[in-house]
Write a protein that binds this ligand. Sequence first.
Ligand code: DON
Length: 575
Amino acid sequence: MDKRSLPRFASLTLIALLSPPLLARGEGRLDPEIGQAQAVGTEHGMVVAQEALAARIGADILQKGGNAIDAAVAVGFAMAVTYPRAGNIGGGGFMVIHRASGEDTTIDYREAAPQAITEKSFLDGQGNADPQKSRDSALAIGVPGTVAGLALAEEKYGSGRFTLADLIAPAIALARDGIAVADDTADALPRDRARLARWPSSAQIFLKADGTPLAAGDRLVQGDLADTLTAIAKGGPRAFYEGPIADRLAAAVKSAGGVMTVDDLKSYRAIERAAVHGTYRGYDVVSMPPPSSGGVVLIEMLNILEGYDLAHDDAAQALFLMIEAMKRAYADRAFFLGDPDRVEVPIARLTSKDYAGEWRATIDPAHATPASELRPGHPTAPEGGNTTHFSVVDRFGNAVSNTYTLNFSYGVGLVAAGTGIVLNNELDDFAAKPEAPNAYGLIGYEANAPGPGKRPLSSMTPTIVLKDGAPFLITGSPGGSLIINVVLQVVIDVIDRGLDLAAAVSAPRVHNQWMPDLVIAEPGLSAGLVAALQARGDKVMVRRLPTSANSILVGPTGFIGAADPRTRGALAVGF
Ligand code: DON
């Protein structure tokens, strides 16, 4: 039965009114305002992305015989044009690849701190963390990784049927000819107007002459970006990291008060890293290693939860246990995770079943553990926002899970004059100072202190779940600190709760990140579920979580794609 049919809704309302102590699996989950994702089925290939033109470009590459990596690279460049608030060539991200041959790998194209960044870069005169510096100033700009990352993925794992130039060509055409502003871009621009208005080079592209933002139906033409992409198509990634484009990037950052130099750009490299690997109830979980915390924290939470029967426990108890796992793994995130090329990260221990067992032993099934009892720290407020995730599969058995970002919507808001490149503010993801929260309320310590050339710790969690060694679920999400918990819940909704993909992607979720000591529950969760968490001692705030888990499930008869209904304009498309 459809988990969201009307009779069920009526029964949920009843359950909410009665607030029974025991809620059955699958109960209490509906957000009529968000609605449910539409499942799209295809046989030969599938792309699910936040923006429809880019998703179709990827599907077209698949149809022309390309593999999932070719398609992902084309989508990545296209979204820099069609979804400029998060799609990018001025930011960075992570790509997880499963190859038809059975191997898994990842590409780390996270931004790196310029050489002039130190532990003190984001402090004020009194030695306190200064969010203005790490979020709103050009000091926050990390060396962009996207061009190097997409080029490396294509060079190593593309099918060989396309040149990099072939895969960039559709993006160039859209930048040059312009696109109609629509959907989430139209929704977001009014909110981001003030950030963009600070620089004429940005205002010229995204605002009208009177300073109001481009609105639905207006044309977004990006001529400079078309020229930049053309130069990359002709000269390869080095045309971005050296020469006139790099000169302009460094000059723009310098004149805005930042410290990124041409040498920083020249020495940037995307890095291929071994995926982190876990198992969950017989499935293999392949995800992103540090400098993202995503894979380690996800696997740690799944390992803790594997010791419980989430499918048959009552729904409130299952949610409670998930929240207890979240607290513990996010506390470890704060203390142990950082750039693995600069700090020792105990990945093997944190992702081991034994370690999860030790944490499980500290969970009281009836009472919430206060966050401060897990590890010391100080509570702060969380936020969400503006990254973008896309998932791709092909008919050959390859899959790509890719999340990339500028950090905030339109990053720091600065377009480097003459390049069309929107620059990130990713360095806010460092712990500016021990226990000083970043924009997502995440705190950290030495492992994630700012430093020259260092990559700030991320929460992005592009993930591929394998069944019998073949792709089963491809998922990930934007949402800052929320991301890892979103992926956790999509995995659990599919594997434990047996939801179909559209229901799993749409289902209301909960979030806890250790500090602050607070559970955020989406409005679609029933009052009964919320009350049951409160009865166990959790503080609960009901609020919508801005995420977008564009996912693919591989079934016996083909691919099922579901775009998250929380953000307008996403598309699942294949052939
Ligand atoms: O890498 C990270 O974890 C963050 N910079 C991601 C930012 C994000 O997801 C923003 N919004 N949705």
